[in-house]
Design a protein around this ligand. Sequence first.
Ligand code: CMC
Length: 430
Amino acid sequence: MKKTKLLFDNNKEFEMNIFEGTEGEQAIDISQLRQNTGLITLDEGYQNTGSCKSAISFVDGENGILRYRGIPIQELAENSTFVETSYLLIYGYLPTQKELKTFSNMLTENSLIHEEMIHFFDGIPPHAHPMAILSSMVNALSIYYPTLYSEAFFSITFDLVCARLLSKIRTLAAYSYKNSIGEPFVYPRHDLKYTENLLHMMFNSPVKPYTLDPEIVQALRVSLILHADHEQNCSTATVRLVGSSQVNLYTSICAGICALWGPLHGGANQQVVEMLEKIRDEGLTIKEVIENAKSKDNNFVLYGFGHRVYKNYDPRAKILKQLVEKLFNKLNIEEPLVEIAMELEHAALNDDYFAERNLYPNVDYYSGILYKAIGIPKEMFTVMFAIGRLPGWIAHWKEMHDTIPFKIGRPRQIYTGATLSHYIPIEQRG
Ligand code: CMC
């Protein structure tokens, strides 16, 4: 084990281990630092803090690389299905034919939600954001399918809880959409595959039957795979932190969905399309938008650009851009937003501000446009991200629980408030 030393002014020193990951990344282990020196580390926004060791996905931000369990996402996008990729992430290896069949069957058997749970939707106003509905409904699964934390240690229970969640999230997402447009719910079909079933439940209607288009199914399949995991981002770290209190899986995932909703995280996909629509509708020039994004006098950022880890083109954005071009050509769709997006991307990539800060398109830049072409409304974009990210969240929850014993997540802080002061009775406060 490599070591490093911290030297203090009084010549005292503290030795720390350096942990090295399988891809050569190194981290100083500071877990004993306070005990030995009285110091903690301060890293607001966790810009330089590793919160765990994980074997699920590998991101090399400098070189634009993303792999799930060692496999490049390009290969999975090309050859795998979302269900198979989910298995890979959660269980750590590509399943055999038999294992995949058992897993798929479990998803099919668990696709319905409890009939009584459907009444939850009765009280939800049609304008409610689907991410608010989804997070609430996923948490509500713990009411209908109670699972004690300890049960999850028995693999059969974990497998069942995992299959329930993966399958039911799709049904809940589709029902949220149907609820928002006031249409009757469409039940899942046992003969349809994961992505097809999602489209069927979202778009089929008793008066307007929906025909599944293989190009659309394929585009959605790839998009779900590309979103399936991304190491310790805001929502995944949330799932681990909440799960570390030993609360059940549904509730931990609910917390992840809430974290994902924000516009700086998964909510950026909706923001991107709204930004492009604003450019189109208000006739803004690309130059104006770029100048606005660069200005420090407002809160506006170029949504879909920049990333904490990628200092290069996000490999997911690269694939999604190609997918958008392919799908629009195949379906012969004229969409001015695509042209605006490409013009904006070109302008940003050729601007010194973006170049100096290594700001490139991220996964959210083209995903919204892709969803729009599929017919998915804007409010549902982040829901699609959540469905895609679910296997990653589950995998991280499982990985943490498989490490026995694991520690509750509990960061420290540096207090900056008032020093000791005393209570003043109200009549003496003036
Ligand atoms: N537009 C304009 N300026 C930006 C942008 C942007 N999209 N992103 C970063 N910057 C600037 C930022 O103002 C800062 O400038 P300065 O050095 O002058 O202070 C510099 O670039 C470094 O950025 P940062 O804020 O330190 O970066 P961060 O790692 O804290 O934030 C981010 C990462 C993704 C929140 C940020 O890039 C951002 O707000 N992007 C737009 C929202 C977005 O697309 N989010 C989706 C992220 S990817 C998928 C996901 O996680 O869901």
